[in-house]
Design a protein around this ligand. Structure first.
Ligand code: ADP
Ligand code: MG
Ligand code: MG
Length: 889
């Protein structure tokens, strides 16, 4: 029989699929013997059934009742018992943590009777009424759908009337009055009453949590984090413990190490006399965890011990939620904590040093995406003026943008292409769209564990929070710094998430320490920890990876940089830029040539220029392979724009002048060469086959460059790559010409030239006939950009802006197939081509040179597909090295 409910004593961390992250970790802590209030978990399966059928599975409530009865028995009182009520929380918890995205309801079991019982047994009327008003508010908003700001307004109003600033200053009778106000508000808004039956409260709260899985906020978060929509959430029902029982009670959140830097030490926030949700919400300002040592040394020591236990047990950074009830410490949540990219590297190295994890595990704990983030530029602090304010450096990086004060405005401006910084007093899950749209998030309240900090860190977004010197006025759309500077909406600010500083105006950027290390092997003192950790991860990756990593580079400078970044050659040297600039004239002459002689003359002029380019690149990559692709784009790309020419001619005619003869000639060439679908037109190998002399000139330039480098004592390793081949005969024809020209050059120069000839696989037909093509190709290189376009039948330039966002919204794609290789379709073609190519030619060398070569997920695919190398832009080379290593684990 299927079970739908598990007691905390029955689960464990390996059951996250069924019990969710929160539930499985509560069970794990229970098993470890940590002080966890007892409870039970309704599985994600219940949620899936509910989402599919619209109602809960049969028999669920019978199971829940049995577990509740056991909970009541162990507590010696029943849910909502009037003289001494057992209270529970109903907590959401999916497999992957979705901070603040779903609902949790505390203090279930309180009603007009049991609140009095609670007051009596606890000896605190104030506490009882405070708990009750929390329940009515949470239940009213989450379950009954009353806008939570309505409750907050009533609370604020009451505080004004009582002349107090802080919730804790409200008396028991104030709070009792507030409960009445809330109940009336609910009735007014919904026509229904707040339910007095504890059983009904529990049942409805559970259903509301399941429903919150499909809330707009939760869906948006999942899309952004690539979490599947059909996982569902579990629901945890847990005995309440109370942090709001006075000054010897409180709630807090903590990390076993600093989640921003990875450095050791306890980090966290504590709030005396508060229930858990107050800490994260930033309602009152928290105190640092160290303060707890002074307030309650016993609990502090206990907390430290438990945190050590957890870190050893999970062998990773953990974050936790805890509550102290009258001096007794309770653990309410733990999970492997989110961290910044910097912290991930530092922590992995440290845990390996401590022997908690192996070097391979350390490599697995970091990511190429994280490394890419560490390679972003930083602010040049030497030239910055004084900061407007300092806050908590919650999520590192440098961001410059226009200040905006609400989520909608952030989204609007970002959609118009503007870079924005979202400034709030604190953020709530409703701000999520704005946080996604913004370059950075800046808040005046909250600590490292506030909503803004946690969510920004998860997204890799720059965040400074708790900048208390700032007065943020969202209504007036401005903030004021301590020195009186007023920043209005639209004013540029710079946010330094690493230092926790905010500046007016744009601050210039400099290379990150990681880039400096990659460039010249040095780091700077301050960032030593992260630079060393990155270096160690890369060394490990290089040791274990099977894939080689090459770079896409067209200039000697790029080639040299790629080499410093660890590239083992060039996988794609495009020749098109060599036809631009001043050389455009020569290309024009070639295109316009009326006779063979004219064309040959133009080609002859291009030859020495191309040769010099190749010499430079071969020199920079001496000893390593350089794959040079013959000219690929349609020729008309090298001609002037049609409209421009037409206008020039028309305006000459309008002035009564004779139009420039050259212009006229050009225009007719442009017209002649016009293509409806240039992407599918006269380009690639087709050009080489129809424009006489074009291939010969390029190959001669390559051959002569190789000869020159050989004679200079170098070790040039040029490979000649033919683009857009769809049939083996195309390749055969070009290859014959290549070999003829190379032979000529070789004879003339008196050196042997050994340049392998291969082809790109970027058309479905090429992949499907790869066995034939391999007869003529010494290597394959997947051009996955074109292969994606031609497999899907859409042109990247035309569709990305147009309908991709709709496709992402509707879930047709979870990521753009131009970013992450579409394994199902394009990947299948890759698989066929690899298998059939190698069958025909066992020593066929196979690589990829599309942009996917630097995408982490795609690198893993290419590893599995058995490729020899990936090639990507120079800045992605370290990322690809790291991911190729991780793929080999
Ligand atoms: P989230 O997933 O948003 O963190 P939680 O389920 O963890 O939501 O609950 C929100 C807050 O309520 C947390 O601070 C948590 O510690 C607190 N809380 C949850 N259950 C209990 C309980 N049984 N007793 C006391 N506090 C609780
Ligand atoms: Mg929650
Ligand atoms: Mg929590």
């Amino acid at each position: 029989m299927v079970r739908y409910v598990y007691d905390f004593t029955e689960g464990g961390r390996d059951m996250a699929d069924l019990l969710g992250g929160k539930g499985s970790n509560l069970a794990e802590m229970t098993r470890l013997g940590l002080p966890v209030p007892p409870g039970f978990t309704l599985t994600t399966e219940v949620c899936r059934v509910f989402l599919e059928t619209g109602s809960e599975p049969a028999g669920l409530w019978r199971e829940v009742s049995a577990h509740l009865a056991a909970l009541e028995a162990s507590a010696g009182r029943s849910l909502g018992q009037p003289d001494d009520p057992l209270l529970v929380s109903v907590r959401s918890g999916a497999k992957f943590s979705m901070p603040g995205m779903m609902e949790t309801i505390l203090d279930i079991g309180l009603n007009d009777d049991s609140v009095l019982g609670l007051a009596k047994v606890s000896g605190s009327e104030r506490f009882a009424w405070d708990s009750y008003r929390r329940l009515v508010q949470m239940f009213g908003s989450t379950v009954m759908g009353v806008d939570s700001s309505r409750f907050e307004r009533s609370l604020a109003l009451l505080k004004v009337r009582r002349g107090v600033q802080d919730d804790v200053r409200l008396t028991a009778s104030d709070l009792a009055e507030l409960v009445e106000t809330y109940k009336n508000l609910i009735h007014l808004e919904t026509g229904a009453h707040f339910p007095q039956s504890p059983a009904e409260q529990l049942r409805r709260a559970v259903m509301a949590v399941f429903e919150s899985w499909n809330g707009e906020r939760a869906r948006l978060y999942r899309r952004r984090e690539h979490i599947a929509d059909d996982l569902g959430t579990a629901v945890n029902v847990q005995r309440m413990v109370f942090g709001n029982l006075g000054s010897d009670s409180g709630s807090g959140v903590a990390f076993t190490r600093d989640p921003a830097t990875g450095r050791p030490g306890l980090y966290g926030d504590y709030l005396p006399d508060a229930q858990g949700e107050d800490v994260v919400a930033g309602i009152r300002n928290t105190v640092p965890l160290a303060e707890l040592e002074r307030l309650d040394a016993t609990s502090y020591d206990g907390l430290r011990t438990h945190m050590r236990t957890l870190e050893r047990h999970y062998r990773d950074l953990c974050d936790i939620e805890f509550t102290i009830e009258r001096g007794t410490l309770w653990m309410l949540q733990t999970r492997v904590g989110k961290r910044t990219a910097e912290a991930a590297f530092v922590l992995a190295a440290a845990l390996a040093d401590e022997g908690l994890i192996t070097p391979d595990e350390a490599l697995d704990r970091v990511s190429g995406e994280g490394l890419a983030r560490l390679m972003f530029p930083r602010f040049d602090t030497s030239s910055t003026g004084t900061a407007l304010a300092h806050g908590v450096p919650a999520s590192p990086g440098a961001a410059v943008g226009a200040a905006v004060f609400d989520s909608a405005q952030a989204v609007r401006r970002a959609a118009a292409g503007e870079k924005v910084v979202l400034v709030r007093q604190e953020t709530t899950p409703d701000d999520l769209p704005g946080m996604i749209a913004a370059q950075a998030v800046l808040t005046s309240r909250g600590g490292k564990t506030s909503h803004a900090a946690v969510v920004a860190r998860g997204m890799g977004k720059v965040c400074v929070c708790g900048a208390e010197e700032l007065t943020v006025d969202t209504e007036a759309r401005r903030f004021t710094a301590a020195d009186g500077t007023v920043i209005r909406e639209g004013t540029i600010v710079s946010v330094d998430g690493s230092a926790g500083a905010v500046y007016a105006g744009p601050v210039p950027l400099v290379d990150s320490a990681v880039i400096r290390y990659l460039e010249d092997g040095t780091g700077d003192g301050g960032a030593r920890g992260v630079v060393d950790a990155v270096a160690r991860a890369l060394v490990r990756a290089d040791t274990v990876r099977r894939l080689d990593v090459r770079a896409n580079a067209d200039t000697p400078e790029d080639a040299a940089r790629a080499r410093r970044f660890g590239a083992q050659g060039i996988g794609l040297c495009r020749t098109e830029h060599m036809f631009l600039g001043e050389r455009r004239k020569l290309v024009e002459q070639m295109i316009l040539a009326g006779t063979d002689a004219e064309r040959e003359e133009a080609l002859a002029d291009l030859l020495p220029l191309q040769r010099q380019d190749f010499v430079g690149i071969l020199e920079a990559m001496d000893g390593l392979p350089v794959t040079i692709r013959l000219l690929d784009p349609p020729l008309h790309e090298f001609l002037p724009d049609h409209t421009e020419l037409a206008v020039r001619i028309a305006s000459a005619q309008a002035r009564g002048e004779e139009p420039d003869a050259h212009d006229v000639e050009l225009l007719s060439a442009v017209n002649r060469m016009h293509e409806a679908n240039p992407m599918l037109g006269l380009r690639g190998v087709r050009l080489g086959l129809v424009v006489p002399g074009l291939v010969a000139m390029q190959v001669r330039a390559i051959g002569e460059a190789v000869a020159e480098r050989l004679l200079a004592g170098g070790t040039p390793k040029a490979e000649i790559m033919v683009p857009l081949v769809g049939d083996v005969r195309e390749l055969r024809l070009v290859r014959e010409e290549v070999q003829r020209v190379l032979a000529e050059v070789s004879r003339a120069a008196g050196v042997a030239l050994d340049c392998p000839v291969g082809t790109m696989i970027e058309l479905p037909r090429a992949a499907l006939t790869a066995g034939r093509i391999a007869e003529e190709a010494e290597f394959f290189s997947f051009g996955t950009n074109d292969l994606t376009q031609t497999t899907w039948g859409f042109s990247r330039d035309d569709v990305e802006a147009e309908f991709f966002s709709a496709y992402l919204d509707k879930g047709v794609f979870s990521t753009s197939p131009f970013e992450t290789l579409d394994r199902e379709g394009v990947g299948r073609l890759v698989g066929i081509a690899v298998a059939e190519g190698r069958a025909a030619r066992p020593d066929l060398k196979i690589g990829v040179c599309g942009e996917h070569g630097g995408d982490p997920d795609s690198v893993h695919f290419f590893h599995t597909a058995g490729l020899d190398y990936v090639s990507c832009s120079p800045f992605r080379v370290p990322v690809a090295r790291l991911e190729a290593g991780r793929a080999a684990l």
